[in-house]
Design a protein around this ligand. Structure first.
Ligand code: GDP
Ligand code: ADP
Ligand code: 5GP
Length: 206
């Protein structure tokens, strides 16, 4: 499938800082928008339906899978998560740049469907720091933290399949790295031919 907009996929183990980084990136870049996923898990803390996620029951989620409503979906930490076609197809068709904040299984499915998708893996600086961030965030039970730390080993092992790696040690440096990836993507030949068509025409470049 070919769309004029860029598709960025950001994956990371829980607690690496993915949501904070993407949020900061969106605040700096009005041309980027994030896809709101569907999930079967219950809302947590201040989360709102339609803002962090579309919270749907397990039955509704399975109905959506059966109808082919998702570009990708996966089971993560015992819950189901998916990126709906309806959520991003129209934005990509308009040429908007879209960011998906999803797990590695979903990221690899997206790469199959959209080979030009840019896959970015966010790494924590160390195992200890990852654990501390999960504890500090304070919205997760101790037994859940143990599961997430175990899952993190499996997830981090998948980073090798991604196009880019950002280490989130100093937050602002990691945001800078993400911005650089987005910027470089927009300077690719095909993107420049679309966005700087007057220059290309003037130079008789096709
Ligand atoms: P978090 O890990 O603390 O951010 O907890 P969440 O419950 O918000 O997300 C759990 C995992 O599901 C994370 O690894 C997310 O990246 C992943 N996830 C969220 N949305 C999607 C989605 O639409 N598709 C897939 N495949 N994974 C998703
Ligand atoms: P994820 O979305 O990957 O689960 P979050 O964005 O919720 O992770 O970040 C987990 C916690 O770590 C949050 O409390 C966040 O404020 C904190 N955090 C994020 N980046 C950094 C960083 N570079 N240094 C210290 N703490 C960070
Ligand atoms: P939250 O903790 O709610 O996910 O993040 C709120 C905002 O705080 C984010 O948009 C991000 O800009 C900022 N932020 C989160 N963690 C850090 C950090 O460790 N360092 C800095 N400099 N900013 C952070």
């Amino acid at each position: 499938m070919e769309y004029p907009g860029n598709l960025f996929v950001v994956a990371a183990p829980s607690g690496a800082g993915k949501s904070s980084l993407v949020k900061a990136l969106l605040e700096l870049d009005a041309k980027l928008s994030v896809s709101v996923s569907h999930t079967s898990r219950a809302p947590r803390g201040q989360e709102q339906h339609g803002r962090e996620y579309w919270f749907v029951g397990l039955d509704e989620f399975r109905d959506m899978v059966a109808r082919g409503d998702f570009f990708e979906w996966a089971e993560v930490h015992g819950n189901l998560y998916g990126t709906s076609r309806a959520g991003i197809e129209s934005r990509m068709a308009q040429g908007d740049d879209v960011v998906l904040e999803i797990d590695y299984q979903g990221a690899l499915q997206i790469k199959q469907l959209f080979p030009y998708a840019v896959l970015i893996f966010v790494l924590p600086p160390s195992w200890e720091e990852l654990k501390q961030r999960l504890i500090r965030r304070g919205d997760t039970q101790p037994e859940v933290i143990a599961t997430r730390m175990a899952n993190a080993r499996v997830e981090i092992d998948q980073a090798r399949h991604f196009d880019f790696v950002v280490v989130n040690a100093v937050f602002d440096s990691a945001v800078f790295d993400l911005k650089a990836i987005v910027h470089a993507q927009r300077l690719k030949y095909a993107a420049q031919r679309r966005n700087r068509s007057a220059v290309f025409q003037a130079l008789q470049l096709d």
